[in-house]
Design a protein. Structure first.
Length: 462
């Protein structure tokens, strides 16, 4: 066993020694070839090539810096006396009297850089942008205008800087035959940051001038303002038409009308009108003294109103014209003077008293039917008492009413207001029925089912 072990160790030693010897021979061959290559390159080009140092195992070692190599070479080439001699100071070329200065060791002193981000004297970024505004006219009229016409003027406002205050409007020289209908119209901001506004002006004279617009933005620390000049032009008067109502509109519609008796000699006409971009508030029909606006919503862009007029019964038709800006022509409205034999009222309920009675009858009938079912199953006399009370209430509501007498010369109006239109004036006492109350007014219905409002002192309900 020992012989086998010794024989194995000898074989392993010989094998390992052979491997080490081969590696060393290979390393020597590589080193020799590298030296030959370096010598050939230096002989051909004269260039300095950095030497790569390797150890015995073939690992690359880090070479010392070039300056250190040059210093070692220079020291090795110098004589011994020169290496030990002290170094002489070379005078400076800029200052011969001063000692030499190594430019690599001394750094020149530069002036301090200003701290732009923290400087207190510099203004903020918002203050660097000068605040100003610019006004522009978007739709100057390109056609002939007419007297009493309402014109929409569209403006654009561009503000350079931050808007931190309210935008105020001022029209200067507003006495040139033009009336601004919405001078306080607010500016609306567009998606691009600019502002937009539409001012409506009414032309009131043949020779007119659109006033100058001044816009002011008053902020906390500054006030900016700008102006845009108006323009002068001439308008065409609409004369020579005896039926002209004075209305100049983009469009006007009569939604409804009603004619009823007013007194022995006159009838009353009530119109429901609507118009776009118009002077509907200045409407006038003929020379009738009793006419006007009962109620409505009037603004330059869109208007609607209830208009009334009292006119003689002997007139066959009620006729009036308006001027359309759609086709620049007169449009006529003609209504036959035929009274409607029914009540005139702005209320939607035509027969309120009868409606209430029907509602009471329906509810009461349901209660009676329910009580009868209870009595059939329980034989309770309480249900019979409830049935009797309900029947009594229904009979009272149907047959008992609040009758009164309308005093002579009492005025029946459409609405319970002081300025409401008078739809009827009765010269003799008239039997009426009171169907409602509101403030100082009674709501009445006549025997011919005309409904209106009368002041309490004009009713005798004793």
């Amino acid at each position: 066993m020992l012989r086998i072990f010794i024989f194995t160790c000898c074989i392993f030693s010989l094998f390992f020694g052979h491997i080490v010897s081969a590696a060393v021979d290979q390393q020597r061959q590589i080193q020799k070839a590298r030296e030959e290559i370096l010598n050939n390159l230096e002989g051909e080009s004269g260039a300095e090539i950095e030497e790569i140092i390797v150890d015995e195992e073939g690992n690359i070692l880090e070479s010392p810096p070039i300056e250190q190599q040059q210093a070692e070479v220079s020291k090795s080439e110098l004589p011994t006396e020169q290496q030990s001699a002290p170094t002489k100071e070379i005078p400076s070329l800029a200052n011969p009297t001063s000692p030499s200065v190594n430019p690599l060791e001394e750094t020149p002193t530069l002036p301090p850089e200003p701290n732009i981000g923290q400087s207190e004297n510099l203004p903020h970024s918002e203050e660097l942008i000068p605040q100003s505004l610019h006004l522009s006219f978007l739709n100057p009229p390109k056609r002939s205008l007419y007297v009493n016409e309402v014109v929409a003027l569209e403006f654009k406002l561009v503000v350079l800087g931050q808007v931190d205050g309210a935008i105020e409007n001022e029209f200067i020289e507003e006495n040139g035959g033009v009336r601004v209908l919405n001078p306080e119209s607010p500016w609306r901001q567009n998606n691009d940051g600019s502002f937009h506004n539409i001012f409506y002006v009414q032309i009131q004279a043949a020779n007119f001038k659109i006033p100058r617009l001044k816009v002011t933005i008053a902020g906390q620390d500054s006030v900016i303002e700008g102006e845009i000049e108006g323009f002068s032009a001439q308008a065409l008067p609409l004369t020579g038409n005896p039926y002209f109502s004075g209305v100049v509109a983009q469009e006007m519609k009569m939604n409804d009308y009603k004619i009823t008796h007013y007194d022995a000699e006159n009838n009353l006409a009530v119109f429901a009108l609507s118009a776009l971009i118009s002077n509907l508030a200045e409407m006038k029909i003929g020379q009738y003294p009793k006419q006007g606006i009962e109620s409505g919503t009037l603004n330059p862009e869109s208007s609607s109103m209830i208009f009334y007029v009292v006119f003689p019964k002997n007139i066959e038709n009620i006729i009036f014209d308006y001027f359309s800006l759609d086709d620049f022509q007169f449009h006529r409205v003609s209504i036959p003077n035929v009274p409607v034999d029914e009540k005139v009222s702005t209320q939607s309920d035509l027969k309120p008293k009868r409606s209430v009675s029907l509602l009471s009858l329906a509810v009461g009938g349901g209660v009676i039917f329910f009580m009868l079912l209870i009595f059939a199953f329980t034989r309770s006399y309480l249900s019979l008492i409830v049935i009797v009370l309900v029947v009594a209430y229904i009979l009272t509501d149907i047959f008992v009413s609040d009758h009164a007498k309308l005093l002579p010369n009492a005025e029946v109006k459409i609405l319970p207001t002081h300025n409401s239109t008078v739809i009827m004036r009765q010269e003799k006492p008239l039997e009426v029925e009171i169907i409602g109350r509101r403030g100082d007014y009674y709501k009445i219905v006549t025997q011919d089912e005309r409904i209106g409002w009368v002041r309490k002192e004009e009713i005798d309900n004793r």
